[in-house]
Design a protein around this ligand. Structure first.
Ligand code: ATP
Ligand code: MG
Length: 218
């Protein structure tokens, strides 16, 4: 693993990132290390199909906070392809676009690269339980593998059973990885900011600075 120059193992962290927090970053780092990923791509959604658009911070602020959070990290990259696309964004389109982008150029090498380019979509327990609500999920299953991490408040046994059930009923590559449980959510951070409570142990300093300077959460 990681020694074949032609193979490219990309992690994907998609989300609203309203705002990005230490939970996202720790999960990404741990999965990167365990799976020897070449990179983890952080991709904030444009409009989340499952969230009330009016209640979500503007895309450019969410994007900028992600950029701030990953800017000095050697393996992390912030991608704006979903916020640029605008409107509701779906992972199936993003995966297709990513595949195309990474295979661009070098026509003759395309075939070999296609076989060795793998996407690992990193999702929390909350997301795996809703996976069959994703647009064109069968297509998505054919385009990436899933790596599931547990979150506090979700029964590990139930989540693992669900993963097993998915594997038995669909052609999907999905596995769970042991990542330390982190009781952090963006919801909790937004609430704390509004209550004027400290969030300095929940988000990187640069993200905290950005949201204060730009009054992202009032
Ligand atoms: P919100 O409370 O606004 O829903 P969130 O903290 O759940 O925010 P999202 O942007 O919705 O963050 O999540 C993006 C991805 O990161 C999802 O796959 C989610 O399950 C995962 N994730 C977020 N926080 C954690 C955490 N503390 N531990 C593990 N996975 C997490
Ligand atoms: Mg969430």
């Amino acid at each position: 693993m990681g020694t074949d120059e032609k193979s490219l193992r990309m992690g994907i962290c998609g989300g609203t990132f309203d705002p990005i927090h230490i939970g996202h970053l720790t999960v990404a780092q741990t999965v990167r290390d365990l799976l020897y990923l070449d990179k983890v791509l952080f991709i904030p959604v444009g409009l989340a199909p499952h969230k009330d658009a009016k209640k979500v911070a503007p895309a450019h602020h969410r994007m900028n906070m992600v950029k701030e959070a990953v800017k000095d990290h050697p393996y992390f990259e912030a991608l704006d392809l979903e916020v640029k696309r605008g409107g509701f964004t779906y992972s199936v389109d993003t995966l297709r676009q990513l595949k195309e982008n990474y295979l661009k150029g070098k026509e003759d090498e395309k075939k070999g690269m296609a076989q060795n380019l793998r996407f690992y979509y990193i999702i929390g327990a909350d997301v795996v339980l809703e996976l069959l609500k994703w647009k064109d999920f069968l297509q998505v299953f054919s385009l990436c593998s899933f790596v599931v991490v547990l979150r506090p408040g979700y029964d590990a046994g139930y989540v693992l059973e669900h993963i097993q059930w998915l594997k038995e009923h669909y052609e999907v590559s999905i596995s769970s990885l042991p990542v330390p449980l982190l009781d952090i959510s963006s919801t909790q951070i937004r609430q704390r900011v509004r209550a004027k409570e400290s969030i300095s142990d929940l988000v990187p300093t640069v993200v905290e600075r950005y949201m204060i300077e730009n009054k992202v959460y009032g």
